[in-house]
Structure formats: C-alpha cells, structure tokens
Design a protein around this ligand. Structure first.
Ligand SMILES: [Zn+2]
Length: 475
C-alpha cells in the first residue's frame, strides 16, 4: 500500500516518512521563498485550530484571560533580564528599518513574550486584589533556528503562552501543577499521546527561570519531543520589570510568576508521528477536520449518501461525500492518507439491505451495521479509536524505557533510541560527558509526576547516586 501511495515506510526512514506525510497530506508547503518559514495548509490548520481551542477552553476555565501583545519588543525591554537575553539573543530577528529610515531603537520579533508582557503587568498589577493575574495569548514566535523541520523546529512556530502572577510563592507550585494537569488532560485524553513530566536539570532550565518542568513525548525514532513547559520564574522577572503590589498590610511586594507554553506545533508533530502509519496520517475522531467520509460505490447510491450525510450533520459530525470522478479504491487510499477516522461505503447492496459498511482508519476493521444504528455505533467507535491509539502509544513508550546500570548500557540504549533510566550523581559535568559520548543523550531530568529514589551509584561516573534521571536524544 505504501508503495502505491509513494510513501517511504515509517520503519525504514522515519524522518523521510514524516516529511512526506507533511507534504503529501497537504499539511504544509515548504516552497515559500523565505528559508525556514512554512506555509500551513487547510488540513493542518483545521487540526491546529482544534488543539488551540482545547487549550484555550481549559486555560479560561482555570482563570486565564486572552490577550494579544505586539509582535515587536523594544531592545531595551529585551535586554533587561541578563540570563534571558543571553539565551535568546543569538536567534532573535531584529527590525532595524522602516521605509528608508533606520529606527531609533531596534525591535525584536518576539522569540517569547516575557519581556513584552511584563512591563505592562507592572502597570496593571497594583494591589493584592489584582492577584492572581492570569493571561494567555495564542500566537506564533520567531527564532532564527539553524536547522528547521516542520512542526519540530521552525523560524516561526505556533504556540500558546500563559503568563501568571501571584501574591505568594506557594501559589507557584500550585500553578505548575495545574499547567501539568491541563497538558495531561488534553494531550493524553484528547490527542491520545502519553507524556512524561520532568523537572529539568538546573543547567537546562528556561533562561531567567528558577526551575523548569516540561512534558516529553517519545517519537517513533526514539528521540523525544518536548511539547510543553512550565516555568517557576520566582520573582526574577518581577524585580527586573518592577511588577509590584501592595499586600493587605499596605506593604510593597514583588509578584511571584510562572509561565506556561503548550507547544501546539510540537503536539502536531507528535500527533502525526506517533499515530501515523505507512498509509499516512491517523487522526483521533475529535481532531479530524473530516470525521466521516462517505464513498458512493455506484452513482445510484448518491441519494442515500446525501440522506446519511444529513443525519450525521444533525448529530454534529463533520462529514463529506466524495463525489470525485475516481474509483472507490483510489478514494479509499486518499482518505486513509489524510487520516479520516471513519469511512462509510454505500453501494447497491447496502441500499437493498438498509445497511452501511463502515471502515476504521486506525485498525482497518470493517463493520456491517444496520442503518438505524449508525449514530450509536459511531459514538462507540469514536472512543475505541482514541483508546486504541493511546494504548499503542503507551505500549511503545513503556517498551522504550530501559534501566541502565553502566556506561555501556547507557551508550547502547541511546544508540538504539528511547530513554535510559539511570541513577545519577546530579552533576552537570557528568551530564555533559554523557551527552558527548552518547552523541546527544541528554539528561531530561527527574520525574515530576512520580517520586523515584536513587538505588545505586551514578551509572555514568560511578559517583554517589543522588537521583533517578532519564536520558534520551531530543528534537
Ligand atoms: Zn555522574
């Protein structure tokens, strides 16, 4: 089948397969004439908008309100937080001219928005009564990445950033937990993608943060994809941007802050990569731009196709009839490639028997059902599809976490792909050495969703084991 559709198989060359799916399913077009910038096509945007809406709904439920900040950040804001500027400066795009005049102050295209938003927070937040203060924006950000790959690394990519301020330090951890719950709920229960939360090592935290927590998804080639992160900013930024409030006793205090970035682009990459197969995309029912495609086997079936379509639309199911002048087999392949979860075939036999033939994209299973049971069956299958996708991905993740007790074991696991789970001394120099020797095996951190205690010596240097960490190559 994959040969017929001209796709490289996922096993043979994952990277090539991924690029081909992105292009052949009309998700993106790389032919735009600015290198590293991608055109998003309708099939991708419809999925992406659904992801945005899932996150926006949860964020608003938890007290976040939407804002939209300018894409430009004046240089003087941008350079205020030393660690932050050091990290981001090498990849910032600057606007230096307007028309034929040089700007008095150059403007950064936001690589992230702390330095844009927090000067306004300092104007808006006055009293403890203004707190907690929670805002988010759904935007794209710009970074001059050296190498780019659709949905994984781009010079412009899509995300959400939520920036929260609190009166007390203890609210920070509560917020980080809330962010992790939102991530888990959407990514696992709606997208069907199992995640692991890590507290990143100090040397790998967000620039300017006190600590960083992040969610990783294991990709089919054994490399991990960080799909979101949530940072404890302490009052590092509030001191720099003067975000203060008067507490109930009238004393001036610095606000405590967190920021949370669900990477919509990164999730799209995981959705394509983890669920897809050699025929193309496989989409969960909820995310699919078209959930049910109806294929008339003969022209004489069109009338019945229309009536089934109406019934599905009445039940808020996104449905189309494929009336193109092509063979049913060609249409089957085309919709399978695009990942449409359910196909309904209607021909003379179905008309005669008042039945419908359903086919599932995720496992290829076919059902012959009575017409009157259509909605009931779809509701049931919808859940089964998500469960099946999630189960498969969970098994893959479990099968690719290996305990390693020695350097050799770590090297072998990282070479093969997946996570090496090790006792670790907690030293940056040991992590750096491991990364060099394994050619990219990075310490992802300690589990944030589970308490794990070291049971032996550091698998890499033999020093005292202080914690359990996971090591993997990353995107
Ligand atoms: Zn060590």
């Amino acid at each position: 089948m994959s040969e017929q559709m001209g796709i490289t198989t996922k096993k043979e060359n994952f990277s090539e397969w991924f690029s081909e799916v992105c292009f052949k399913c009309n998700l993106i077009d790389l032919r735009y004439n600015v290198q590293g910038f991608v055109v998003h096509r309708p099939w991708a945007m419809k999925i992406i908008k659904k992801m945005y809406s899932l996150f926006e709904k949860e964020l608003e439920k938890t007290g976040h309100e939407p804002v939209l900040f300018p894409v430009v950040i004046p240089e003087k804001n941008f350079i205020k937080e030393a660690e932050h500027v050091e990290e981001f400066a090498p990849e910032v795009f600057w606007i230096t001219e307007a028309g034929d005049k040089k700007l008095e102050e150059k403007l950064a295209l936001r690589p992230t928005s702390e330095t844009a938003m927090y000067q306004m927070y300092s104007l808006w937040i006055r009293s403890y009564k203004d707190l907690p203060f929670k805002r988010y924006q759904s935007v794209s950000v710009f970074r001059n990445e050296k190498t780019t790959k659709p949905f994984l690394r781009g010079r412009e990519f899509l995300w959400i950033e939520a920036h929260d301020a609190f009166a007390t330090e203890k609210e920070i951890m509560k917020q980080i937990n809330e962010d992790m719950i939102i991530t888990k709920k959407i990514v696992e229960d709606h997208l069907g993608l199992p995640i692991m939360f890590f507290k990143r090592p100090q040397w790998d935290k967000f620039a300017g943060a006190v600590e960083t927590y992040a969610a990783d998804i294991l990709m089919p080639d054994g490399k991990v994809n960080q799909i979101s992160s949530t940072h404890n900013l302490g009052n590092n930024f509030s001191k720099v941007f003067d975000i203060t409030f008067l507490d109930s006793k009238g004393e001036k205090k610095y606000a405590w802050q967190t920021c949370y970035g669900p990477g919509i682009w990164r999730m799209m990459a995981a959705l394509i990569a983890v669920h897809g197969d050699d025929k193309g995309l496989i989409l969960p029912f909820e995310l699919a731009p078209i959930q049910v495609i109806i294929i008339p086997i003969k022209d004489s079936a069109l009338k019945k196709c229309e009536s089934i379509k109406k019934e599905l639309e009445k039940n808020c199911i996104r449905v189309e009839i494929d009336k193109r002048d092509e063979t049913p087999g060609w249409k089957f392949n085309d919709w399978e490639m695009k990942g449409v979860p359910i196909r309904i075939e209607i021909g003379p036999q179905e008309i005669k028997e008042k039945t419908l033939t359903l086919a599932r994209r995720d496992n290829g299973k076919k059902y012959k059902i009575k017409e009157k049971n259509l909605i009931k069956t779809l509701k049931k299958i919808e859940k089964e599809i998500l469960d099946n996708l999630k189960n498969k991905a969970t098994i893959f993740l479990k099968n690719n976490i290996h305990n390693a007790k020695s350097r050799k074991e770590v090297i072998d696991i990282i070479k093969k792909g997946g996570y090496a789970r090790i006792n670790f001394c907690g030293r940056e120099v040991c992590a750096k050495d491991m990364q060099n020797v394994t050619q990219g095996g990075k310490v992802r951190g300690t589990r944030a969703d589970k308490k794990e205690l070291a049971t032996g010596k550091c698998a890499w240097c033999g020093g005292l084991g202080k914690e359990v960490v996971y090591v993997a190559k990353q995107y």
